[in-house]
Design a protein around this ligand. Structure first.
Ligand SMILES: N[C@@H](CCC(=O)N[C@@H](CS)C(=O)NCC(=O)O)C(=O)O
Length: 227
């Protein structure tokens, strides 16, 4: 059985978890907090990041690499289109959501989660880049029920969790409803939130959030105490 290391408060963890659930793959979650630098965990996930999966063949980290592996080993239901160009388009959407929205918003995570001081440079740069990323996604994605083509793909799953954290940070830091001006993306996002797998992942994520925040704050005070 696959072991999924991480915590449900993490968007990358949830992207992989969503795929495991859609593909009905047997897996178990192993609670592993961020900042885990134990040698035994670094053997599994060399950057110490979550998520990581342990399979019969060994361990893998990096969410989109894990998603690709799951598709190769558990092809049903398919979460990539059948043709090479379609698969590349799905990867383009995923990469753009990650680079230009998730990773931008992420610059504010220490402030939101651990209460660290505001980073002025990030405060100035992040919303512009996120808006540009959202405009690009809006232009790139189809206007139908799914972001690409006529069925659920990794574009929907991975982008959902990238946008979820982006939305949360945009509200908190900028009081900005980042999807408000993107009618189709907003409709897609709201509709996907009603999907039973998304609901399960969200409920478990919400339940894990308080413990995650407490853990990060406790790590921060321990680091401050030892400085
Ligand atoms: N590129 C990685 C990013 C994963 C990531 O940043 N995970 C965060 C939690 S959401 C983490 O482990 N942070 C701890 C750290 O950076 O040391 C992936 O795609 O899996």
């Amino acid at each position: 059985m696959i072991k999924l290391y991480g915590v449900a408060a993490s968007n990358y963890f949830n992207s992989v978890k969503h795929a495991l659930l859609v593909k009905a793959i047997d897996f178990t979650e192993v609670e592993t907090y961020t900042g885990n630098k134990d040698e035994s965990y670094l053997d599994k996930s060399p950057m110490g990041k979550i998520p990581c999966i342990e399979t019969e063949s060994g361990c893998l980290s990096e969410a989109t690499v894990i998603l690709d592996y799951l598709e190769d080993v558990y092809p049903t239901p398919p979460l990539y289109p059948a043709d090479a160009f379609g698969r590349a388009k799905v990867r383009q959407i995923m990469k753009m959501a990650e680079l230009y929205i998730e990773l931008q918003a992420r610059r504010h995570i220490p402030e939101v989660v651990a209460g660290t001081p505001r980073l002025d440079e990030a405060f100035k740069e992040v919303p512009g880049m996120m808006k540009r990323g959202l405009r690009a996604l809006d232009r790139l994605c189809g206007k139908g029920r799914f972001l690409f083509g006529e069925q659920l793909t990794y574009a929907d799953i991975h982008t959902r969790y990238c946008l979820k954290i982006g939305k949360r940070i945009a509200y908190k830091i900028y009081d900005w409803d980042m999807l408000a001006e993107f009618e189709h993306l907003n409709r897609w996002y709201e509709a996907f939130a009603e999907d039973p797998v998304a609901k399960k992942v969200d409920a478990e994520s919400a339940a894990a959030m308080a413990a995650f925040i407490a853990h990060v704050q406790q790590q921060r005070s321990a680091a401050g105490a030892s400085a």
